[in-house]
Ligand binder design. Structure first.
Ligand code: DGT
Ligand code: CA
Ligand code: CA
Ligand code: ZN
Length: 597
């Protein structure tokens, strides 16, 4: 699938047009890009088999854009895009990652100051040249300086929501082949970190070269970075994927080792050393009988089960295991520690004490508490969203369209009168629905922490989410959010920091203090499962759980398919040690009602 690649080109097209002051057209390109990215079929199949007409069948993709897509697959480039790039030879993706710098700013700064890269932008700001440009001031210049480092780092790591589907596609490509005995992801992607440096895939096979060939021949691969006998690295859609192949008898050891984190492994290995054990990527070994000069006391190779001489320095002592990850932890009398916890933040001690959390699981989520419909900026009717929830086996569903307020643009936010109108439609859907339907609102938190919907309307609704959508550049927002959490009608604080991963750092919040206030006010903190947000993140969840605050894992879905993002929220909550009992939407409908009351 090259959908993401094509979407990226169209977005660049949009940015370059906007930088030149073109109106409307950029948004048409962006909407087309979004739908091509989400399109379930490979865009290249449509373009090559059916031509522009078939591409234009995708919602919001017009004839002009469709023919550019076809041109791209026919010729390898889009001529008009090449011309735009020549006119404006800037690193648009990097520059627009700076909070407050959009395509128009990039266009102006190139025109006036020849800024093309982040380094040049920083130099211009430091020299005080940006404030001299018409339409810019000292404040904008300072803002750029403050945000440039975030933008630089954001370029280095991928969002989990982009990397995880890619990892699963890699596994799908490799898995069905007879030569692959076992396969799993490792590294940060197995730990469900919110951002990913590279994707690690681990395979058990006796024929490494065949697996490497299969991997590098994968049609999605844009670029083979390196390929050896037992490992290879490739680039797909700008994301690096590392493959390692090990013999089946060492799969568990390698999985444990390459899952990391490095800090977790260091602490675990030290624990092993204290017990006369050696833990490495090949297995777990009893080295208590070995002499201190490093000579093998026992005959290691016999016990290692036919391991070859190479690397035998690592395979010393009596082999206790390595085929299964459980043998690695088991040798230390530990249960397998869930990958999401492996950050060396107390999980090994908890495992030693028999005190690992009873983590939330995906199947325990009973309903989504934060979803949108076409009444605000969603794409579907109330009935369609409720049916989609029922299809997913949920017990209940909450409709929470946007209320009008700061940060909600155009007619996306409902007036009080519209919310009251919506009550009737929800009631109608409720009568026919297979599951319980709750009617709520996503209200807005203004810059001072006030909720901008009238109290009597909030009181009439089943559920109220309050979210920050404006003034997201505030340095210290804890008191602002505490005000919202303490509002008597607010049930859930939605996406608390307002961050957008790699795009906007979000509010600066002291989560310990916020969580204490939330616990006292019995307001839940949301883990927004939209992969662009993952907000609260794992650390914030941990603070919430420790303070006794409730968690809600919600998708903020604007369409049925986005309900499936819930897994990103569940794993983010797990990274924060959230137990089933901490999560309000892991309760049944009556339990939820009790919480809301
Ligand atoms: P990333 O890719 O930056 O998001 O983070 P990871 O954790 O996936 O790191 P990566 O891809 O460099 O390596 C995967 C795992 O392999 C890592 O979590 C731990 C293990 N590992 C890699 N290199 C070393 C090393 O030099 N020492 C130790 N102890 N472990 C390593
Ligand atoms: Ca990695
Ligand atoms: Ca790696
Ligand atoms: Zn929302």
């Amino acid at each position: 699938m090259r959908n993401a690649e094509v979407a990226g080109l169209l977005e660049e097209f949009a940015d370059l047009l906007e930088a030149q002051g073109v109106e409307y057209k950029p948004n048409a390109y962006r909407r087309a890009a979004e739908n091509i990215r989400d399109h379930p079929r490979a865009i290249e199949d449509r373009a090559i088999e059916g031509g522009a007409d078939a591409v234009a069948e995708i919602d919001r993709v017009g004839d002009a854009i469709a023919s550019k897509v076809v041109e791209y697959f026919d010729t390898g480039e889009i001529e008009e895009l090449e011309e735009l790039r020549d006119d404006l030879p800037v690193d648009m993706a990097a520059l627009t990652r700076v909070e407050g710098v959009g395509p128009k700013t990039v266009g102006a700064l190139y025109e006036e100051l020849d800024v093309t890269t982040l380094d040049e932008l920083e130099a211009a700001a430091e020299a005080g040249r940006i404030r001299e440009v018409k339409g810019f001031g000292a404040k904008t210049e300072q803002n750029i300086l403050d945000n440039i480092e975030f933008a630089r780092e954001a370029g280095q790591r991928q969002r989990l929501g982009d990397a995880r589907p890619l990892a699963e596609a890699a596994i799908g490509h490799l898995d069905h082949e007879a030569i692959v005995e076992r396969i799993d992801v490792a590294g940060s992607i197995r730990r469900w970190r919110d951002t990913i440096g590279d994707v690690d895939v681990l395979v058990a096979s006796d024929d490494g070269e065949a697996v490497v060939d299969l991997f590098t021949d994968w049609s999605a691969v844009d670029d083979v970075i390196e390929a050896g006998e037992q490992k290879a690295s490739v680039r797909v859609d700008g994301i690096r994927v590392d493959l390692r192949v090990v013999v089946p008898g060492e799969f568990g050891a390698a999985l444990q080792y390459f899952t990391g984190s490095k800090a977790h492994n260091v602490t675990l290995r030290n624990l092993a050393i204290d017990r006369g054990l050696k833990l490495n990527e090949y297995g777990v070994f009893d080295v208590s009988e070995l002499r201190s000069d490093g000579q093998s006391g026992a005959d290691a190779s016999d016990d290692a089960g036919g391991v070859e001489a190479s690397g035998s320095g690592q395979r010393v002592g009596e082999r206790l295991g390595g085929a299964e990850e459980s043998e690695m932890y088991g040798a230390l009398d530990l249960p397998v520690i869930p990958p999401e916890l492996r950050e060396d933040t107390g999980e090994i001690q908890a495992a030693l004490d028999g005190d690992l959390p009873d983590l939330l699981t995906r199947g325990e989520i009973r309903g989504d508490l934060h979803t949108h419909t076409e009444w605000s900026d969603g794409g579907n009717t109330i009935a369609e969203m409720v049916q989609a929830a029922a299809d997913r086996g949920y017990d209940y569903h909450c409709i929470t369209d946007h209320g009008a307020g700061p940060g909600v643009f155009g007619d996306a936010g409902l007036s009080d009168a519209e919310v009251r109108e919506q009550v009737d439609e929800v009631a109608g859907v409720r009568d026919d629905a297979e599951i319980d339907v709750f009617h709520g609102l996503e209200a807005n938190i203004d810059a001072d922490g006030d909720v901008t919907t009238s109290d009597d309307l909030l009181a009439a609704l089943d559920i109220v989410i309050a979210s920050p959508h404006a003034a997201l550049g505030q340095d210290e927002a804890t008191d602002r959010l505490i005000r919202a959490v303490e509002h008597p009608h607010v049930d859930i604080l939605g996406h608390p920091t307002g961050r957008l991963i790699n795009r906007r750092p979000g509010l600066d919040v002291d989560f310990e203090r916020l969580a204490e206030a939330a616990a006292a006010a019995e307001t839940a903190l949301e883990v927004n499962a939209n992969p662009a947000r993952l907000d609260c993140n794992g650390d914030a969840v941990r603070a919430a759980v420790e303070a006794g605050a409730a968690i809600a894992v919600n998708t903020d879905a604007h369409s049925p398919s986005e309900l499936d993002n819930v897994r990103y929220g569940v794993y983010t909550a797990r990274r924060g040690w959230a137990e089933t009992a901490d999560v309000v939407n892991a309760r049944d409908a009556d339990g939820l009602r009790a919480f809301l009351e």
